[in-house]
Design a protein around this ligand. Structure first.
Ligand code: GLA
Length: 393
């Protein structure tokens, strides 16, 4: 399997829009994918996450229509979807499945559900370079690009947190994927040069600058998640069981001391799942503090520990992820590495001394291909801004 390294820019969708509609698009929305530095499977436990938005994104060139029709062409899938804003049901009556068009329809539906009226449709062309199924949140990027466009055409004020929540609602209730809030939140609120510590209970967040001395490197194993929905839901249920056992709303409210004192009453698997979440929350808070102090060595060590916990306690890694993380750490410029995203395939993430990042990428890619016989994609990511209307070229 090879990995798609095609890049998409404003020009990609602007040119396709001009070819289709015979004029330059008056507006282009952009929303990024994300890589999570640490805080995995904690968001749906009301816990903490530390992702950054990346320089790979969904781009949507569009013009408002006078009627309520929505016409969007997806260059990546070579098809066009059309629907009428007035025809969307009140009840989602989902799940509608994960076809790209359902993300667009679901977001339109979720605006109505959140009490907003979308007054005007749009003509649009969308494309993206966040690889699908790689754990870099291509779906949140698409949702937020569409949300940004609808907010603009209907002249609604842009509230990133509200947009993240309604996009998550679209994904949960319309598409039928039971995700937490992390992906949509960072796609809405990311900032260039920064990671974002998110409290997934209060939705407070704190920007943390990423020092210039380090590079964040994505390690795409060229494996794609399979059966992830059922495994993801099963992990969520285990977490809910553990929270119920402790008599709290979510595992966020359980400490390592509580687990040591009373954890024996849980079955061994549920106990391990809970231990991951509880220790990961602590690691994530420590990681944000380390990054803020510029202590990148401490952050790297926490990322290493996160991987071990995801592999051994939460059991969402796979041999190719373990291999690329091990090979990354074998490079002298690597400060720490872990799997990122839901797991079962997709990407790792490494923290690397910037001056050596190119050598790191070439060395790890070659070693992985020699050992695993898959061609990975290993690339430096820049922390980028959240969903916005892109300035004219
Ligand atoms: C997926 C979900 C997120 C989060 C991660 C795991 O990306 O969409 O909400 O739960 O998995 O950390």
């Amino acid at each position: 399997m090879t990995t798609d390294q095609r890049r998409v820019t404003r020009g990609t969708v602007a040119d396709a829009f001009a070819a289709r509609y015979g004029e330059a698009p008056p507006l282009v929305a952009r929303a990024p994918g994300r890589v999570n530095l640490i805080g995995e499977h904690t968001d749906y436990n009301d816990g903490f996450v530390l992702p950054m938005a990346i320089d790979r994104a969904a781009w949507l060139a569009f013009r408002p229509r006078v009627d309520q029709r929505v016409v969007i062409e997806a260059l990546d899938f070579d098809n066009t979807t059309e629907f009428d804003l007035g025809d969307l049901p009140r009840d989602p009556a989902g799940p509608h499945g994960e076809g790209w068009a359902e993300y667009a329809r679901g977001v339109a539906w979720a605006f109505g559900e959140a009490g907003h009226t979308l007054t005007r449709g749009l003509d649009g062309v969308v494309a993206g370079d966040v690889p699908v199924g790689a754990g870099l949140s291509s779906s949140a990027a698409l949702e937020l690009a569409v949300a940004r466009a609808f907010a603009t055409t209907s002249e609604l004020p842009w509230d990133p947190t509200a947009a993240a929540l309604l996009s998550q609602r679209a994904e949960n209730a319309w598409v039928g994927v039971n995700s937490g809030i992390m992906d949509q939140f960072i796609a809405a609120k990311g900032r260039a040069g920064h990671a974002l510590l998110i409290d997934c209970r209060s939705l407070d967040s704190r920007l943390v600058p990423i020092p210039d001395s380090v590079a964040v490197v994505v390690l795409d194993t060229a494996t794609r998640r399979g059966l992830v929905d059922s495994a993801y839901n099963e992990r969520r249920q285990a977490c809910e069981r553990a929270a119920a056992y402790f008599g709290v709303k979510a595992l966020r409210d359980v400490t390592s001391d509580d687990l040591a004192a009373r954890g024996d009453g849980l079955d061994p698997v549920t106990r391990k799942r809970a231990r991951h979440v509880i220790t990961e929350d602590a690691r994530t808070l420590a990681a944000a503090d380390a990054l803020e102090r510029g202590d990148v060595a401490a952050l790297g060590a926490l990322m290493d520990a996160s991987h071990a916990s995801l592999r051994d306690d939460f059991e969402v890694s796979r041999p190719e992820l373990d291999a690329i993380v091990r090979l990354a750490r074998a490079h002298h410029a690597c400060l720490g590495a872990r799997m990122t995203g839901a797991g079962f395939g997709g990407c790792g993430v490494a923290l690397v001394e910037r001056a050596q990042a190119d050598d790191f990428a070439a060395t790890v890619a070659a070693a992985y291909e020699a050992e695993v016989r898959l061609r990975p994609a290993v690339y430096v990511c820049a922390a980028s801004d959240g969903a916005a209307i892109a300035p004219a070229a």
